[in-house]
Design a protein around this ligand. Structure first.
Ligand SMILES: Cc1cc2nc3c(=O)[nH]c(=O)nc-3n(C[C@H](O)[C@H](O)[C@H](O)COP(=O)(O)O)c2cc1C
Length: 370
């Protein structure tokens, strides 16, 4: 695919996320690569891997999902954490390398909940209700067979999970030096398990209608903001689809989206990160608005990051026209760590080859050389 570089200029305009000045509108989407030490400390391989995207022109890197506490948050063996000082210090070289290359970097804070496949701190899983997750564990993250049946979290455990996000955010900003944090509210993990009608049957204040089911995400956002103060970027990622239920749609459709985006617009976030399989497509019906457009209608000023099959620059520009301020690329960035530079120069883009993530999703030697 050859690209007309003149037609992609909006992507190359600067943007500001709270106090972080970004050189352009292109971000690397969060991608778990299970390449930390068994104790959850980032490795030199990860430093080189993240640095490469900034050298390739991405203005912002969003890290892989990082676990937040030493209770139920860890999802995978060799997933990095932000749950103690060693892990937090281990992120410093990653942050330093991306800054030195002229980029900014945000830490994605993730609680796996019922989708946890391995956790060095706990032998069981926990979620909103004792509902076995759909689907099978992910083999490329060392999973095998069905997910375990989670235990329903107590009120106290929910409070501890919120505190875990807040404490991890403090580690991210004050120890590691990240430019911000992104709360992982998407893709089937804990916060999305609370939001989802078929995994949350709670009858206390953490369940019920869509507003009740969204409450945990809102409380986490508020707690993180309180913990790190007003001057650091805080985002929240949201989706309909899940790693274990790809085509899920919110039953409340556009009215639900209005509740979700209206609520998230009032909890102190700088940005909302929306991920859909094809981010430009109508969210609920054949002809309605995309989720990006619905989020923009509810939030005239919040930054909106869009993700989902946007590696074709025309698609990326289309979501900017729909109301997004930035685009995030996942597989397109893996295939083309120099995507922004290539697009600017009108060069060919490589297609993503899933062999890169096989047999495990670990960072491959080819991904740490320029
Ligand atoms: C290997 C891999 C790991 C991923 N890990 C995460 C993750 O840790 N957190 C997250 O929010 N999304 C994760 N995702 C989803 C991506 O951020 C993105 O939403 C998805 O790849 C779709 O975007 P794309 O079409 O640009 O690839 C992952 C995707 C891939 C391919």
């Amino acid at each position: 695919m050859t690209i007309d570089s003149k037609s992609v200029t909006p992507l190359f305009e600067p943007w500001r996320l709270n106090r972080a000045d970004l050189s352009n509108r292109m971000a690397v989407a969060p991608m778990t690569r299970i390449s930390a030490t068994p104790a959850g400390v980032p490795t030199d391989t990860m430093v080189r891997y993240y640095e490469r995207f900034v050298q390739g022109g991405f203005g912002l890197v969003i890290t892989e999902g990082i676990y937040t506490d030493q209770a139920y948050s860890q999802g995978y063996t060799n997933q990095p954490g932000l749950s103690n000082l060693d892990q937090a210090k281990g992120w410093r070289p990653v942050v330093h390398a991306t800054h030195a290359a002229g980029g900014k970097i945000v830490a994605q804070l993730m609680h796996a909940g019922a989708l946890s496949q391995a956790n060095r701190y706990r032998s069981e899983t926990a979620g909103p209700s004792a509902v076995q997750p759909k689907g099978q564990q992910m083999v490329f993250y060392r999973g095998d067979g069905p997910y375990r049946l989670p235990r329903a979290m107590s009120e106290q455990e929910i409070v501890e999970a919120i505190d875990g996000f807040a404490q991890a955010a403090v580690f991210a900003v004050e120890v590691a030096g990240f430019d911000g944090v992104e709360i992982h509210g998407a893709n089937g993990y804990l916060l999305d398990q609370f939001l989802t009608d078929y995994t949350n049957f709670r009858t206390d204040g953490w369940g019920g209608n869509i507003a009740g089911r969204l409450r945990l995400s809102a409380e986490v956002a508020k707690a993180v903001r309180r913990a790190i103060g007003p001057a650091v970027a805080v985002g929240l990622r949201i989706s309909q689809g899940k790693v274990n239920d790809f085509t899920h749609k919110w039953a409340e459709a556009e009215a639900g989206a209005a509740t979700v985006f209206g609520t998230l617009g009032a909890v102190g976030l700088d940005y909302i990160h929306i991920t859909e399989f094809e981010a430009w497509k109508p969210a609920f019906s054949e002809s309605g608005s995309s989720l990006v457009k619905l989020a923009r209608e509810s939030n005239p000023t919040l930054t909106i990051v869009a993700n989902g099959n946007l590696h074709d620059p025309d698609r990326a520009k289309q979501v900017l026209r729909d109301g997004a301020d930035m685009v995030a690329l996942g597989r397109g960035a893996l295939a083309n760590p120099q995507w922004p530079q290539r697009v600017k120069k009108g060069q060919e883009l490589d297609k993503f080859d899933s062999a890169l993530l096989s047999p495990l999703a670990t960072i491959k030697p080819s991904e740490v050389v320029l």
